[in-house]
Design a protein around this ligand. Structure first.
Ligand code: CMC
Length: 422
């Protein structure tokens, strides 16, 4: 059977055969036969916006791989910083390259004092930490003029290191500001996740010693959230990056896209939902309301996964390890019951709605004492490496500026009536 499709223009009888390459067809070929006839695909549900060699996701089979490595192996054996290197450079680092990378990230964790004192301290006391984070990332653009040199590999490397390194510092700073606690400077003797925990929770002790189980759990969560191919925020990164804007404002745009409840805000919505349900006795009634279309089952369903999200399986295991240290999150029983009942229900099965990464991550964050407002921030920290990997790939492949078309369905031409005649 030919690996191609034939498009026939029934108005003229003209036809064109387009090869199917790598699961897609080249829209330029369509354009040759049918100029000015656009694909109508709001939300890009059927559009491959780019070719990419970073993350492979097969939603039907429940497969997720970074640069070919299964997410399960990375979560088990790697570290977040090694995964960040892998995503950006395409290969796992040699021991020497790894040491240099970890050293470079560790020694760029400090913020310029003006970023902290003038910007971060300037926000209102109850500012949402995600709003603070988005704005502060954008503000970094004004501190590093070399960020504009996006075609210089050395300058590009510097901004990548700065962004990955400073995200935890800005994230923890946003939290400390919102609770009126003094800012904690990075501790370069700690690993990436432990340093973040230190900046979050240190009070008066000379050195903060995080529980190694919690540090490792956070690092695993960072690995799981590091990339997820062309999701909403990565698309924002690519769209803004395609205008050749600098990586700080591009990352700020990506983080802004992550802020919404349909994307990075979903784990927050899960915890609020479980709190609202309140008891396993109310699970049946809640699912009735979901099926009646009155509300959604937060943390369920995914645009791409039509199977169990592989990240959700790993997170469930991580949750058990964390609860051994922190005690069980009382909302866990409600979550388990919801999952059990939903996965036996025709409504969810027929729509292929399974738990996604956010169904359990919020419970872990809550057990680790992170306030709900910090959940999207915790997502943004590791996703920064994914965004940057896509940005590097976009520049390397010399992509054109993103500029989709539209189908205009507004009012046709009409004449202007002066104000007094309307
Ligand atoms: N609860 C109940 N019904 C649902 C849900 C849900 N969570 N998700 C989808 N459906 C139904 C939907 O009503 C529709 O039914 P019908 O065909 O009868 O109209 C059908 O399933 C298809 O839904 P859709 O809205 O076309 O799916 P989508 O691909 O546009 O939306 C989604 C994907 C993730 C936004 C959606 O599943 C959702 O809102 N889930 C809850 C929020 C959530 O957990 N988001 C986190 C996503 S994973 C993390 C990330 O990538 O950021």
């Amino acid at each position: 059977m030919a690996e191609s499709i034939t498009i026939i223009d029934n108005r003229s009888g003209e036809q064109i055969e387009v090869p199917i390459i790598n699961g897609g067809i080249d829209a330029d070929e369509w354009g040759k036969l049918l100029p000015n006839i656009w694909f109508y695909d709001p939300a890009f549900g059927h559009t491959a916006s780019c070719a990419s060699a970073i993350t492979e996701l097969d939603g039907e089979k429940g497969i997720l791989r970074y640069r070919g490595y299964p997410i399960e192996q990375l979560a088990e054996q790697s570290t977040y910083l090694e995964v960040a290197y892998l995503l950006i450079n395409g290969e796992l680092p040699t021991p020497e390259a790894y040491d240099t990378w970890v050293h470079d990230i560790t020694y760029h964790t400090f913020l310029h004092e003006n970023v902290r004192k003038k910007f971060m301290d300037g926000f209102h006391h109850d500012a949402h930490p995600m709003g603070v984070l988005v704005s502060t990332i954008a503000a970094l653009s004004t501190f590093y003029n070399d960020a504009k040199n996006i075609n210089e590999p050395e300058d590009r490397y510097k901004q990548i290191v700065r962004l990955i390194a400073k995200m935890p510092t800005m994230a923890a700073g946003a939290h400390r500001h919102s609770v009126g606690m003094p800012f904690v400077y990075p501790d370069n003797n700690l690993d990436f996740a432990s340093n973040f925990l230190s900046m979050m929770w240190k009070v008066a002790e000379p050195k903060y010693e995080p529980d190694p189980v919690l540090s490792r759990a956070l690092d695993v969560l960072f690995i799981l959230h590091a990339d997820h191919e062309q999701n909403c925020s990565t698309t924002a990164m690519r769209v803004v990056g395609s205008s050749l804007a600098d990586p700080y404002v591009s990352t700020a745009a990506a983080a802004a896209a992550l802020y919404g409840p349909r994307h990075g805000g979903a784990n927050e919505a899960v915890v609020r939902m479980l709190t609202e349900i309140g008891s396993i006795d109310n699970v049946g009634e809640y699912l009735r309301r979901v099926k009646a279309g009155e509300t959604r089952l937060q943390g369920f369903g995914h645009r791409v996964y039509k199977n169990y999200d592989p990240r959700a399986k790993i997170i469930k295991r991580t949750a058990d390890e964390v609860f051994e240290v922190t005690g069980k999150n009382p909302l866990l029983d409600i979550a388990l019951k919801l999952e059990e009942v939903a996965l036996a229900d025709e409504y969810f099965l027929s729509r292929k709605l399974y738990p996604n990464v956010d169904f359990y991550s919020g419970l872990i964050y809550q057990a680790m004492n992170f306030p709900i407002d910090m959940f999207p921030v915790l997502f943004a920290i590791p996703r920064t490496s994914g965004w940057l990997a896509h940005w590097v790939e976009l520049l390397a492949r010399d992509s054109r500026i993103a500029r989709p078309r539209q189908l205009y369905d507004g009012v046709p031409q009409r004449d202007y009536l002066p104000l007094g005649q309307r």
